[in-house]
Write a protein that binds this ligand. Structure first.
Ligand code: SF4
Length: 464
């Protein structure tokens, strides 16, 4: 075992605040130092209360292993300090420890470049790390951030290329879908296979966790991987062979038009297979010509995450879109006999009363013009979403297996919040009544969207 250069950092605090508040050295850190020295390692301790400024002592030094003890109060300061350590010592193993690190390890791993978090006493763990015989992942008592290799086009193809579509249970799903659609076979109930032909999305919508997924998993921004038109051709051929009853393909990528070139390469392929198609894509990527081409190959439905009928709300969600284009897409789709299917979130943190009215008015207009609207009334909270990470908005909680967990974001406006609460309370009964009126037992979001707008209108008028 070679001797290692180790730096142990005591809990950070405002200058000398530790002395004023506790008046003792960081005992845990000193105990680990004594243990490691006993194994022959060269250990420095940085105690911010009594050491000289860090840069003066350590900037020119080098370390193999760094341990930093975290406390709850100076957590932000500690995370910044860890980033600085990573810059200064890019090759060192950085381990966070202490009760705060142990009980809050996902936060620490997500928000700092530490290699691992030590869960309990640090002596043996740090000794094994210094020993260097074992990879971090096998040392007991460590939670390790083991970055994934970025997905690539080749890997994505390799994974899809191994799928046997006859073994996914589709026939069971189809039976059930047909049953809940009243036994009729139409575009909503015909045998459908979903395909996701790209890996992830790089946009920054504030409510969406997808944006952080690969960044956190791989430690850096990962370009979107996607299948080529030729590879999609192979998959469609295979679906036909393995599930010959398939009538419809739904491309449920975050943005199916990853590149316009791919969509034009795909056009003859989609036509050749003569399925019915649905696609999900962003309004920014659609053009009139693409809509026409998609219609010609049998596309009857295009889903777009418009998210809100108010430009102010869309901008607040980082979902900037051209207002005119949202309208144009409805026109292009309708004239090509495609259903434009718009996804909407109704009550977001920045929603104002006038935005609710805008939604009520515009969504009704869009429906009249031929759009179908699917509404998610509340902005749900997903770990990794900008809105969650920033914690700038009030949240409502729910119990998950008895544990209080953030559930939805609350609108900042107290009037909107009151309307949201009333909407939430009245919706189940309203939906039931509507379903009875229409004589339907099962409804899909394209239907309930319209009903939600009606209920919103009733409440808005009532509270005027
Ligand atoms: S909401 Fe859609 S477009 Fe926005 S980041 Fe998520 S996947 Fe991408």
């Amino acid at each position: 075992m070679s001797k290692k250069r180790v730096l142990l950092v005591g809990p950070l605090s405002e200058e000398h605040a530790g002395i004023e508040n506790f008046g003792i050295p960081p005992l845990g850190v000193h105990r680990i130092a004594a243990y490691l020295r006993d194994w022959g390692h060269d250990v420095d301790i940085y105690d911010c209360n009594i050491s000289l400024p860090f840069d003066e002592i350590y900037k020119e030094k080098n370390f193999d292993v760094i341990g930093i003890s975290l406390l709850n109060e100076p957590l932000g300061q500690s995370l910044q300090f860890i980033r600085k350590l990573r810059e200064l010592y890019p090759k060192a193993k950085i381990i966070a420890g202490g009760i705060e690190a142990s009980l809050n390890y996902q936060f620490i791993l997500d928000h700092s470049p530490v290699d691992a978090v030590c869960l309990a006493e640090g002596e043996e763990v740090m000794h094994l790390i210094c020993n260097g015989e074992f990879p971090l992942g096998v040392i007991e008592g460590l939670v390790v951030k083991n970055y994934a290799n970025p997905i690539t086009n080749d890997k994505l193809w390799d994974y899809w290329n191994k799928v046997d579509f006859s073994k996914l249970g589709y026939r069971e799903y189809w039976k059930y879908t047909k049953k809940i659609r009243g036994g009729k076979e139409n575009h909503l109930s015909e045998p459908l296979v979903r395909l996701v032909t790209s890996s992830h999305c790089l946009r920054n919508c504030t409510y969406c966790s997808t944006r952080l997924w690969h960044l956190q998993a791989c430690g850096s921004k990962v370009p979107v991987a996607y299948l080529s038109a030729e590879q999609i051709d192979i998959l469609l051929t295979r679906i036909k062979k393995q599930l010959p009853e398939t009538k419809q393909i739904y491309f449920v990528d975050d943005n199916f038009i990853v590149t316009r070139r791919r969509i034009y390469n795909l056009v003859p392929i989609l036509k050749k297979h003569s399925f019915h198609y649905r696609v999900q894509t962003s309004t920014n990527m659609l053009t009139e010509d693409i809509v026409k081409n998609l219609a010609e190959v049998g596309t009857f439905h295009i889903t777009c995450g418009v998210e809100n009928a108010s430009a102010y709300v869309r901008d607040s969600l980082n979902k900037h879109q051209d207002e005119q284009k949202i309208e144009d897409i409805i026109r292009w789709c309708v004239s090509s006999k495609i259903i434009p299917y718009y996804l909407i979130i109704l009550f977001t943190p920045k929603t104002r009363i006038e935005d609710l009215w805008t939604n009520y008015t515009k969504l009704n207009q869009w429906i009249t013009k031929g759009a179908m609207v699917s509404i998610e009334p509340l902005e749900r909270i997903y770990r990794g979403a900008i809105d969650y990470e920033n914690r700038t908005y009030d949240m409502e909680y729910r119990l998950v297996d008895g544990i209080r967990q953030p559930f939805i974001f609350l609108p900042e406006s107290s009037e909107v919040r009151a309307i949201m609460r009333r909407f939430k309370k009245e919706w189940p009964e309203y939906q039931k009544k509507k379903a009875e009126e229409k004589g339907v037992e099962h409804f899909y979001k394209g239907q309930t969207g319209k009903w939600m707008i009606e209920l919103l209108g009733d409440i808005l008028r009532d509270t005027e």
